[in-house]
Design a protein around this ligand. Structure first.
Ligand SMILES: Nc1ncnc2c1ncn2[C@@H]1O[C@H](COP(=O)(O)OP(=O)(O)OP(=O)(O)O)[C@@H](O)[C@H]1O
Length: 272
């Protein structure tokens, strides 16, 4: 695994989209954030505030209307090749088995069959799927498919992991197991993680810092909360600690306010 690390900086980013009425809708504005290399940062905020938009800007899938994405101080141009992107919905190819799905990223990079299969088998082992190399996605549970996606993402060894509610569709027990496994895989990897979630508990327990976005439009950062809990973390133990309840309560008070504002704006209802 490479030990390269990447600092991700959002320098005064704004993103607008054309709206149906011919005007522009400003999703995010004045976003200034530096995610230090090798840290794990979660982004939370009301629905539709622009979390995915920020990940897409870092991935180079969209160009900000103003401002810049800087990777190690260099302005990003085009697709960000140092990024691995894990979505809530799986992007597994249904006609390829587990081995070929995991190895696919290396195939795209022109790596020969023997080398890519050896690397894929190692990652299949690390995510606990040995014995399922020949299975197809439809033969696996949701948790197992997610493991395949995690192996696929880690195999190409990206310096930056963008994760958009990656475990949102899993049942609670599988989710907790996957969160722990993600931390184990990430520990010592030097990868910079930007993790979007609706689950504040997940954000607090995984991260070094939680970033709160305001309700849109023109969503901006309204809070940054360092999470000074020791690592390595076992999430089952961590969630029983009293400090976590305190941190959670503090962030939730602010998040709740933004969620209510978002709700009022979207329903056209203004509270006193
Ligand atoms: N391609 C697009 N064209 C027009 N509007 C868009 C586009 N992509 C996003 N938007 C709008 O920008 C805003 C931010 O969307 P985004 O998906 O980034 O929010 P989010 O915080 O990730 O939402 P959620 O929490 O519901 O997943 C939303 O109002 C959305 O409708």
């Amino acid at each position: 695994m490479s030990t390269a690390t990447a600092t991700v900086e959002l320098a005064d980013i704004a993103v607008s989209f054309p709206a149906n009425d011919g005007t522009d809708y400003t999703a995010v504005a004045d976003i200034r954030l530096c995610v230090e290399a090798g840290t794990f940062v979660s982004v939370v905020g009301p629905t539709g505030c622009g979390k995915t938009t920020l990940l897409n800007a870092i991935a180079g899938l969209l160009t900000p209307s103003s401002g810049k994405v800087l990777i190690d101080g260099e302005p990003l141009r085009g697709l960000n090749e140092r990024v691995g992107y894990l979505f809530q919905q799986e992007a597994l190819l249904p006609w390829k088995n587990v081995l070929d799905n995991v190895a696919f990223g290396l195939q795209l990079r022109g790596i020969g069959r023997a080398a890519r299969e050896a690397a894929a088998r190692e990652w299949i082992r690390r995510v606990g799927l040995t014995g399922f190399e020949r299975a197809y996605p439809h033969q696996l549970s949701g948790g197992m498919r997610k493991r395949v996606a995690v192996a696929q993402t880690f195999l190409v060894d990206p310096d930056i992991l963008l994760m958009d509610e990656p475990f949102g569709a899993l049942d609670v027990q599988t989710r907790q197991i996957m969160e722990n496994e993600l931390l184990e895989l990430w520990t010592g990897s030097g990868k910079t993680v930007i993790f979007v979630t609706h689950d504040l508990d997940e954000a607090v327990s995984l991260s070094d810092e939680v970033v709160l976005l305001s309700a849109g439009p023109a969503s901006h950062i309204v809070g940054r909360y360092p999470i000074d809990l020791p690592r390595p973390r076992d999430l089952m133990d961590l969630r029983a600690r009293p400090e976590i309840t305190e941190i959670y309560a503090r962030i939730w008070a602010d998040l709740r306010e933004e969620v209510m504002k978002g709700y009022e704006r979207s329903s056209g209802y203004a509270a006193d």
